[in-house]
Design a protein around this ligand. Sequence first.
Ligand code: NAP
Length: 276
Amino acid sequence: MISAQTRLFALLGDPVGHSLSPLIQNAAARAVDADGVYVALRCGAEDVAGFMRGLSRAGGGGNVTVPHKERAASVLDAPREAVRRTGACNTFWLEGGQVVGDNTDVEGFRQALQHFLGASAAEGQRVLLLGAGGAARAALLALVDDGVNQVCIVNRSGERARSMARRIGGARARVLDGPGEWHDQSFDLVVNATSLGLKPDDELPLDLARLGRAGAVMDLVYGQDGTPFVRHAESLGIRATDGKEMLVRQAAASFELWWKEPAPLEVMRGALEAGS
Ligand code: NAP
């Protein structure tokens, strides 16, 4: 029941109407009797700072999604390490009078990869990372911190890829500039962190048949029946998963930052399945 004590959390972004986060977070709060409510607010860049400060100071907090994650990072009084290293914030709340922010996409990616391939999934691996936006930066940070051998990056805008590689990847990141650099190459894991696959008429982010070997495929895009890239991988006999588990894990990490108690993962997975 909503009362005068109920904490208000909001997803800030544009668009937000398609988001499954309200379903997942409200189901989780109900399951553990947390007195909070989570809504989605479509907002422009000029309103991000006001919402973040107001919601936090009123005892709540929220998430930030496309296209405001970078702006959100600049609003914080106390950015956590993942925000400082990726330049993006997707979760905010109040602590000690300060607006604190984290980027739980990093933890979400890490945990989803481990769920998919096991505990030391990144260690010593050669990874092909497609994309250089917010999701790619979170994936790259998690891979580097978890001991990946090399991350090769392919992105439509090469300059954006180089800047991400310099900022996060250091010596373990390499930007590939044209198909000649990845055709016939072997990778333990291919990660799609582009937005290709969101729209029905999108082309595939990469033709996996042109690679020498792809050990596994993780698509950060998600859909009701998998995604075109997951289906493409499976048609070639490659083990593949979509972005649903990452969505649940980043949501669970946010929940734990706000409520300081373990998130009910199964309830959150169930809410996602029911809503998608
Ligand atoms: P973003 O910051 O806008 O980045 C989009 C990326 O896709 C960029 O690398 C962009 O390349 C590339 N791209 C877009 N249109 C393209 C096209 N027509 N051809 C080739 N490349 C194209 O978005 P984001 O936040 O990183 O999100 C990327 C995807 O990850 C989205 O589908 C999002 O839903 C998903 N995601 C999933 C989770 C999860 O929990 N599962 C979390 C975060 C994001 P340029 O740099 O050249 O523009």
